[in-house]
Ligand binder design. Structure first.
Ligand code: HEC
Length: 162
């Protein structure tokens, strides 16, 4: 046993963690500044739209229609089934959210999802690489996409849409 090698190993770990934390902080801070809440956008946190400010759908959101819109507009980054493995994902940092990750996605409110899809990642303290889709998708189409995104979660999303 050589003590120096043990020391070097110990010294390397905090450095690694520090560098990683620094990169994450920079990535988060670059687009959101001080208003970002570290825990992301669980209900009631920074980036959450004001209660009652999210437009309601005119009818029942339709996951099948949403699937087509998702394939056309979202799958290039998020992957066809929301696994975050679309062809464009490799070049992106941060990586596109994994919509099949129920542990992450199920904690996000419908209003938050509407906001991030309509107005983009930067509007909720996330990366601007997640572009605003409000000029492309109507409010009802955004709800259809949300219904589809909810269907991808494992473990399953048990709430309603919206
Ligand atoms: C150009 C690539 C790209 C496309 C296309 C794209 N996204 Fe994203 N999306 C991202 C990235 C990158 C993130 C991660 C942002 C972050 O973590 O800061 C993200 C994050 C998200 C999130 C998670 C937000 C959160 O609070 O964590 C949702 C929901 C989302 N996208 C929905 C969509 C939907 C729906 C579409 C299609 C209408 C779409 N995205 C199209 C790149 C993309």
């Amino acid at each position: 046993m050589r003590p120096e090698s043990g020391e070097r190993e110990d010294a390397a770990r905090p450095d690694d963690a520090g560098a990683r934390a620094g990169r994450e902080a920079r990535a988060a801070g670059a687009d959101a500044g001080a208003h970002r809440s570290g825990a992301g956008c669980a209900a009631g946190r920074a980036g959450e739209p004001a209660p009652g400010s999210t437009p309601r759908p005119s009818g029942k959101p339709d996951a099948a229609r949403g699937a087509q819109l998702y394939a056309a507009n979202c799958a290039s980054c998020h992957g066809a089934t929301g696994a975050g493995d679309g062809p464009a994902a490799a070049a992106l940092q941060p990586k596109p959210a994994h919509h099949d990750d129920g542990n992450y996605m199920n904690a996000l409110s419908n209003d938050h999802l509407f906001q991030v899809i309509q107005q983009g990642g930067a509007s909720v303290g996330k990366s601007p690489l997640m572009a605003p889709w409000g000029g492309v998708l109507s409010n009802d189409q955004i709800w259809d996409v949300i219904a589809y995104v909810r269907s991808l979660a494992k473990p399953a999303y048990t709430g309603s849409v919206p």
